[in-house]
Ligand binder design. Structure first.
Ligand code: NCD
Length: 398
């Protein structure tokens, strides 16, 4: 049952729930006109604290094509964020005016915080360099239509795997299907974060290898997922300039690739795919952008709990609006996440929360950003033990 749920991380939905969304998306693709009144009377709020073209437009187009309406901001300076309002307060306000909210934020974990305080479904449209689950829905719908299955693929993810949030969410989602193998192609400095390797790949015994040269592995791939180097996430411009041209996919490199390999890219592209590749039958990144709108239409319908058959049409709107989770304001006196890109580093009233890391005795991870936290030898701040800190136990009302 997806009605009223939030989508913050791809693992928030089961494989069956994903299937339900893809099934509806396919129906919408084949007959979009039949869905043009489904969201009449509903409002989607778009809270974009970071730039976006595809994600915001596809969400807005999705809601408008379903017959609903859209309100929101596309840059934080036009909202009360500029006056210092917290994410928690903003979402509580927005929830008074709309039925479902989409949020993109530069700080990792910000949409999760919004979901904790929201009485309407919250969708993460990208949180810093962390996760981007609706791009994953887009990627999966594209794969489903082109490859007919999510299983037994060798998937090459290439480029900025450190900051590229789309790759983190895609690995998580594809790791749940049988027989997939990942080849993680990046420069040493831009390798995929540790938590993806330890908490997802190693924990579930999923085959993967890391490579630096695309040419060395391209012949093995069924899916090549290119990404841009994420300039906005670098601490200094010199590093960006040194790494920005690490990979450029061109026709020459594609000569050794399989004939039925598919090339995907979440877009925007900078220079990592030469324009000549657009003519190649294996290039599908613009199809991918198109699927993005259809899958978001299906997502909105499901989260709003709109049953499509007239007889069963659910008019009980109140059940969609849940009471926001009550978070007791607590002082962060035990542990504090030390990731400066985590939302907890700039907003004081968010309760700290950690989970135990896979097989690591003295390590836990922040539940908002997955950043590793090393437990001090001989105990922790104020004597809180790992047990007390793990699994959100310090959070009341979670
Ligand atoms: C991606 C993002 O925002 O993470 N774009 C998108 O949503 N389609 C990829 C990127 O910006 O490189």
């Amino acid at each position: 049952m997806l009605k009223g749920k939030h989508l913050i991380d791809p693992m928030d939905f089961s494989v069956e729930e994903f299937d339900k969304i893809f099934e509806l998306a396919d129906q919408i693709v084949s007959n979009p006109g039949a869905f043009s009144h489904v969201c009449e009377g509903k409002l989607l709020a778009t809270l974009f604290y970071e730039p976006s073209t595809r994600t915001r437009f596809s969400f807005e187009a999705a809601m408008l094509r379903l017959g609903g309406k859209v309100l929101g901001f596309s840059e934080p300076n036009s909202s009360s964020a500029a006056k210092g309002e917290s994410v928690a307060d903003t979402i509580r306000t927005v929830a008074c005016y709309s039925d479902i909210a989409v949020i993109r934020h530069p700080m990792e974990g910000a949409p999760k915080v919004a979901s904790m305080y929201s009485s309407i479904p919250v969708i993460n449209a990208g949180d810093g360099g962390h996760q981007h689950p609706t791009q994953t829905l887009t990627d999966l719908l594209t794969i489903k239509n082109l490859k007919k299955s999510f299983e037994n693929h060798t998937i090459g993810l290439c480029g900025d795997l450190k900051f590229g949030r789309t790759t983190h969410s895609l690995v998580k989602a594809l790791s749940r299907y049988k027989g997939n193998k990942f080849i993680l192609i990046s420069p040493e400095e831009l390798r995929i974060p540790d938590y993806i390797k330890k908490e997802i790949l190693e924990k579930h015994n999923i085959e993967f290898e890391e490579a630096e040269r695309l040419e060395d592995v391209i012949d093995k791939l069924d899916i090549l997922y290119m990404t841009r180097v994420q300039r906005e996430r670098f601490a200094n411009v010199e590093d960006y300039l040194r790494l920005k041209d690490s990979y450029i996919l061109d026709s020459d490199k594609l000569k050794s690739a399989k004939k039925d390999m598919i090339i995907l890219h979440p877009l925007p592209r900078v220079n990592e795919i030469a324009y000549e590749v657009d003519e190649d039958v294996r290039a599908h990144y613009f199809d991918q952008a198109k699927y993005g709108m259809f899958v978001r239409m299906a997502l909105i319908v499901n989260l709003l709990g709109l049953n499509l058959s007239e007889a069963a049409f659910d008019k009980d709107e109140d059940t969609v609006k849940r009471t926001g989770t009550k978070i007791k304001a607590i002082k962060n006196e035990f542990r504090k996440c030390n990731n400066l890109k985590c939302i907890t580093s700039i907003e004081e009233n968010i309760p700290q929360s950690f989970y135990t890391s896979n097989g690591e005795k003295n390590t836990c991870r922040c539940s908002y950003c997955d950043h590793e936290y090393k437990i001090q030898a001989g105990g922790d701040f104020n004597g809180a033990t790992n047990k007390e800190c793990e699994n959100n136990r310090l959070i009341s009302g979670f």
